[in-house]
Design a protein around this ligand. Structure first.
Ligand SMILES: C[S@@+](CC[C@H](N)C(=O)[O-])C[C@H]1O[C@@H](n2cnc3c(N)ncnc32)[C@H](O)[C@@H]1O
Length: 282
């Protein structure tokens, strides 16, 4: 949602912004394009490979540009280290990027054979293979229930445990495909892959941590724009924004969630589940 991101952030040319999910720099480029020499963009991601790929795309432009590798939960401490007391705006475009999803060796893809990895940061030790091969059936079932709307969790957790060891994405996809009837539109393994990815990267805990840091990082009058891709994430953002508004610390600017236009979803079907919310700090 490039147009909406720029509109809702209402970028001040001399302001200080953080894109905490820089990925390959698509949105970060748009923010940087609005900045004057007095402005500053912190391009942040927990995936060092993505930041390396974003670098050439972002180098030209006005204002200071700082690349910073790290998860949401260390944002405040990074800003302290960088000498940035407060931001004028923050963007978080949650989840995995197309680059991560389509890079077979990163292990996120159902259709491209690769190691069962799924780490956004390769500095982290825990991989999806560790969870799949060394968790109990009960633990795997819990991960599926908590992190997806997969109703066949019991059957699928049992099938995974019986088929171990499983070290590749194609083998895990095949085990699930054999155990479960196909679903309309979705590959039968889609929700299990989503659940494992969320568990490996502790995505929901990280998003909660980001919500707690927003009031500590954004100055009064500054804005936070967050894009989510499934209801578990959106619920966390919606509740956190409502709570900050209730405490008188922020005003919600998106009374109704903002969805991509039909033209955008025609061009980019992966955007169809995106939801944008924005609030301004008081
Ligand atoms: C949907 S992509 C962002 C794409 C980006 N907006 C663009 O225009 O190219 C999400 C990015 O956020 C990063 N990410 C997800 N959760 C994160 C977290 N908790 N901390 C830091 N980065 C995270 C991922 O590594 C990925 O690169």
């Amino acid at each position: 949602m490039p147009v909406e991101v720029v509109d809702y952030l209402r970028i001040l040319p001399g302001g200080v912004y953080a894109d905490v999910t820089c990925g390959l720099g698509g949105h970060a480029r748009l923010i940087r394009d609005q900045l004057s020499p007095e402005g500053c963009l912190v391009a942040r991601d927990r995936d060092a490979d993505s930041l390396d790929l974003a670098r050439p795309k972002l180098e030209t432009g006005a204002g200071r540009l700082i690349f910073d590798e790290g998860p949401f939960s260390t944002l405040r401490e990074s800003l302290d280290r960088l000498g940035i007391p407060a931001l004028d705006g923050l963007l978080a475009d949650c989840g995995v990027s197309m680059y991560q999803l389509t890079s077979a060796e990163r292990g996120f893809s159902i259709t491209r054979p690769g190691p069962l990895d799924m780490r956004m940061s390769r500095k982290q030790e825990l991989t999806a293979a560790d969870i799949v091969n060394f968790s109990s059936e009960r633990e795997i079932a819990d991960i599926i229930v908590r992190n997806s709307e997969e109703r066949r969790w019991r059957k699928l957790a049992g099938a995974i445990v019986r088929a171990r060891p499983i070290y590749t994405t194609d083998r895990l996809a095949a085990v699930i495909e054999k155990a479960a009837a196909p679903r309309a539109r979705l590959h039968p393994a889609t929700l299990v892959f989503q659940a494992l990815r969320i568990a490996v990267n502790q995505e929901l805990d990280e998003l909660e941590a980001l919500m707690r840091q927003i009031p500590l990082c954004i100055r009064p009058g500054g804005r936070a724009t967050v894009i989510t891709f499934h209801s578990l994430e959106d619920r966390i953002v919606k509740r956190a924004f409502q709570e900050l508004e209730r405490q008188g610390k922020a005003s919600i600017l998106t009374r109704h969630v903002v969805r991509p236009t039909d033209q955008e979803t025609d061009r980019n079907p992966a955007a169809r589940s995106a939801k944008l919310r924005c609030m301004e700090m008081k």
